[in-house]
Ligand binder design. Structure first.
Ligand SMILES: NC(=O)c1ccc[n+]([C@@H]2O[C@H](COP(=O)([O-])OP(=O)(O)OC[C@H]3O[C@@H](n4cnc5c(N)ncnc54)[C@H](O)[C@@H]3O)[C@@H](O)[C@H]2O)c1
Length: 264
């Protein structure tokens, strides 16, 4: 039967258990975890440094939110299995899984090595697949779950080399490969599990404002329709929307949170 909740109530994540990989990371990880916590979810932040993670979870708790740090190395299948055990032992289920971790590899086209690509594949292909395999059955069991994969504008379009002129910033080619794959893998999960109550969507953000060099910032802001890079608050709305019942009929999509970058 159709829910009778009002629209704002449908955005509430009260009582939901959400896991964010790399959920205490200084850019997207923290924003995503904060957004979910602000909407009422109990947030599990999982990353390699349990110490940094614990500090961040404590910050959230001091603001009155529910947050639990756990350990995860997305490149290590046994670490994912340990996380699965820990989550299910502590909470008995998972309602929302946000895949934000990235097995970061540096370098550009001329300098990346096959080993760099294999490392990336361990985290961003095998790791992504394994963590979905770990938690989707629980979502199926309860007939409800939302997976949100954090891709990128570079999963949809290629880098504009002119943007990087006058800086030493590189354009790592594996990134486009895994981020594009992530978008279609998301559609696979959406189609495969939709009838069993599991939704899967991507969010593809534009560049997060950090300490990028001035020539890059100037060109980026001039090109992007909204005239600025993405900030701490900008991804929260899309994450909470896709995690919540407000998006109950949305699956298999890729939401661009890019200030219009890919509209040009
Ligand atoms: N920063 C941006 O401009 C931008 C733009 C679009 C998309 N994204 C995506 O957002 C997500 C978060 O990226 P970010 O820029 O906030 O941080 P980031 O790119 O520096 O790193 C991603 C996060 O993954 C964590 N991580 C690295 N190796 C890991 C491992 N083996 N196991 C578990 N965690 C690991 C890092 O600690 C970090 O918190 C990534 O998937 C990234 O591709 C970032």
């Amino acid at each position: 039967m159709e829910s009778r909740l009002g629209i704002l109530e449908k955005f509430s994540l009260e009582g939901r258990i959400a896991l964010v990989t790399a959920g205490s990371g200084p850019m997207f990880g923290r924003s995503i975890s904060e957004g979910l916590a602000e909407a009422g979810a109990t947030v599990i932040t999982a990353s390699r440094s349990l110490e940094a993670n614990s500090r961040f979870a404590e910050e959230l708790r001091q603001q009155g939110y529910n947050a639990h740090p756990m350990e995860l190395d997305i490149t290590d299948v046994s670490s994912i299995q340990r996380l699965q055990d820990a989550v299910l032992e502590k909470f008995g289920r998972l309602d929302v899984l946000v895949n934000s971790a990235l097995a970061r590899v540096g370098g550009g086209f001329e300098t990346q090595t096959p080993d760099d690509w294999l490392y990336s594949a361990r985290g961003d292909m095998v790791g992504l697949f394994t963590i979905c395999r770990a938690f989707v059955p629980e979502m199926v069991r309860q007939g409800r779950g939302s997976i949100i994969n954090i891709s990128s504008i570079y999963g949809v379009v290629a880098n504009d080399p002119g943007l990087y002129e006058g800086t030493d910033m590189l354009q790592p080619p594996h990134y486009n490969f895994v981020k594009a794959g992530m978008i279609n893998f998301t559609r696979y999960i959406a189609n495969y599990y939709g009838k069993r109550g599991v939704r899967a969507n991507c969010i593809s953000p534009g560049g997060f404002l950090a300490d990028q060099p001035a020539p890059f910032l100037e060109k980026y802001c001039k090109r992007v329709p909204l005239g600025r890079m993405l900030g701490n608050e900008d991804i929260k709305g899309a994450v909470v929307f896709l995690a919540s019942d407000a998006s109950a009929y949305i699956t298999g999509t890729n939401v661009m949170v890019d200030g219009g970058w890919t509209s040009l």
